[in-house]
Design a protein around this ligand. Sequence first.
Ligand SMILES: Cc1cc2nc3c(=O)[nH]c(=O)nc-3n(C[C@H](O)[C@H](O)[C@H](O)COP(=O)(O)OP(=O)(O)OC[C@H]3O[C@@H](n4cnc5c(N)ncnc54)[C@H](O)[C@@H]3O)c2cc1C
Length: 448
Amino acid sequence: MPSHVVIGGGITGLAACWYLAKAGHRPLLIEKEKRLGGVIRTDEVEGCLVEGGPDSFLASKPAAMELIRELGLEADVIGSNDHQRVTFIVKNGRLVPMPDGLAMMVPTQIMPMLKSPLFSWGTKVRMGLEYFRRPVENPPERSVAQLVREHYGQEAVDYLAEPLLAGVYGGDPEEMSADAVLAMFVAMEKKYGSLTKGTLAMRAQRTSTGPLFRTLKGGMEQLTQTITCQLAGKMDRCQDEAVAIRKSTFGFEVQLKRERIYAENVFVCCPATAAGGLLRPMDDRLGELLSGIRYNSSVTLALGYAEADVEGKIKGFGFLVPKVERKRLAACTFVKTKFDHRVPPAKALLRCFLGGAAIDVPEEELIRDVLAELRDLLGLTVTPMFTRLTRWRGAMAQYGLGHKQRVAEIRERTQLHPGLYLAGNAYEGIGIPDCIRGAKDAVARPAG
Ligand SMILES: Cc1cc2nc3c(=O)[nH]c(=O)nc-3n(C[C@H](O)[C@H](O)[C@H](O)COP(=O)(O)OP(=O)(O)OC[C@H]3O[C@@H](n4cnc5c(N)ncnc54)[C@H](O)[C@@H]3O)c2cc1C
């Protein structure tokens, strides 16, 4: 009987296996797919490294770099080419550069804001006056849109918050909880009143500099593949789908599609929707809480070109399309500008993000729509040398209103089942560093 079973072989489950092995255990990893890595997927297409899922991780959150160091991969880490970092926002069908000095949706410099055609004068004045807001002691829970609107107005929701967060969560700012998604800004509001003032104060204290995003020379899959290779002989693997978890005399009975196994400790590292179904037979309320976390789908489309064909048409890191302007495209990254080691000389790669609504649309239709939009926005009329479409059904957890309380109750109920642990992108952060930290914390947590 394995003492430690991990369900789900994405980055969360693999990190859990890594930390369990480090603690001297031999975990059994249950993953329904043949491939490990979950949504982390890098393919080589015509010499280009194509990321089907995440392309990088935030440098400011340490858990990913800590794991990378333990794996001996530090020399392969590369940063985003921030000296070339300009991101454009589509406004009235045209690309407008995001003004300098923006930290997420918080303006911190006056002149670039005043000069930017992205906002009306009304919004600019409002942004300036925001600096004088007084601290709020106990603000009620608000949506991301409500918070940003209160501080900077609707235009900042439409042309900053929505497109920026759509890329991370694939969700609607009117529905996302500010407490869960923008916790740092909510804390600043309590202390400083103004988000601009809070951001400037935080910057003054910051010691670390360097690129905003990091990745690996071999793509993000280099991370999951290295973990898998280094765990060879230290973990067992079972390709099967978990369908139910129940209490047993030995700890837990994990019902798989093809067999039944018993374990003292179970780490549930699959999406909360799947976790909810698994845990309902054992704890109906826990199952209900987990199943209530919504997930959105996401589709990425990589387009490879001859560099000469796109010359002069693309610059900066890419562009975001606000929902008020959106047809198919939500965002597009110019990969060669953002990262080295991705695209060979004489080629160019565009990575397009399409919202969840594209999940069931036929491939030809999506490609046709995207090419038409690129023609209008960039003047790009040539046919790409290759296309690569990746669909992620129900992969992006949505932190709706009440998310923090829901997660607190999930954590409380999990305590009732010593030996049961939950980790993944549904709880305290959706990014790769958050998932790794969640797995590490779960392994460190004493049973019961
Ligand atoms: C398109 C896209 C782009 C992203 N970009 C970034 C980015 O640039 N930077 C960043 O930090 N984050 C990004 N994210 C978010 C981040 O990549 C994910 O939140 C994170 O990788 C999720 O890892 P996970 O292991 O928790 O879940 P997953 O990767 O979803 O893995 C879960 C695994 O569980 C398995 N599973 C599910 N149910 C069962 C079952 N019943 N039995 C057995 N196995 C099961 C699945 O097959 C899957 O392999 C992106 C996400 C997407 C979809």
